[in-house]
Design a protein around this ligand. Structure first.
Ligand code: GLP
Length: 218
């Protein structure tokens, strides 16, 4: 789907995700790019989120993750890579800047998503309302617990992050959500079609062009 999007529109604007789930997808895109089956030279990318307080060269930052697992292996123009700056001095300003960059790029053509085990997309945690735009958020205890595997100590996991909002994600023209067998429970809940900010991914039921790919496992 991603390669098709780029082949049909070489200057596609992609929304990209981190986490272990899209690693296989990124590996495949690297292979395809090396084989000449997909060309990233005109692609513009926007990542969903970033931890607050981590500089881009911190190995735990999403910036570092994206460079290591995708961007340094493909022919994307580095000037076209956009990731919220978790080391910004003024987060409010940074979030507004990010929203404007997305709008100026013409909006997102294809947004790739993972899902948190609590149903979050990006870092939009379960809440009483759906938040619209890119903003600073407090991470829930569940997310800190789920993501501590990437850090030496749980205390090292940042407590805050910058994330695209639910509105930012929903404005993408096409969405693809990937989930592996470890997400069975939350995918089962998503299937009930009850749309609630307590399960942020449930808003995707209202998106006109969203594909969920769930690898059930054995
Ligand atoms: C993090 C990211 C999400 C991602 C989620 C799932 O919390 N902010 O965008 O979808 O992790 O990650 P994994 O694929 O490792 O389960």
């Amino acid at each position: 789907m991603i390669a098709k999007q780029i082949n049909e529109k070489p200057a596609s604007v992609l929304g990209l995700a981190t986490g272990s789930t899209p690693l296989g997808t990124y590996g495949k895109l690297v292979e395809m790019n090396k084989a000449g089956a997909v060309d990233f030279s005109h692609v513009v990318s926007f990542n969903l989120d970033e931890y607050c307080g981590l500089s881009r060269d911190n190995p735990q930052s999403y910036h570092y993750f994206m460079m290591k697992n995708l961007f340094s292996h493909i022919n994307i123009d580095k000037r076209n890579i956009n990731i919220p700056n978790g080391a910004a001095k003024n987060f409010d300003k940074e979030c507004k800047r990010y929203e404007k960059l997305i709008a100026d790029a013409g909006g997102i053509d294809l947004q790739l998503l993972g899902i948190g085990r609590n149903g979050h997309i990006g870092f939009n945690e379960p809440d009483t309302v759906f938040h619209n735009k890119t903003r600073k958020v407090e991470l829930t205890a569940d997310t800190i617990d789920a993501n501590k595997r990437f850090f030496e100590r749980e205390a090292d996991v940042p407590r805050q992050a910058l994330t695209m909002g639910i509105g930012t994600i929903m404005a993408a023209r096409k969405i693809m959500l990937l989930a592996g067998p470890d997400k069975r429970e939350i995918i089962d809940k998503l299937k009930t079609e009850v749309v609630s900010p307590q399960l942020p991914a449930s808003i995707l039921h209202y998106h006109p062009d969203c594909t969920i790919i769930f690898a059930k496992g054995k």
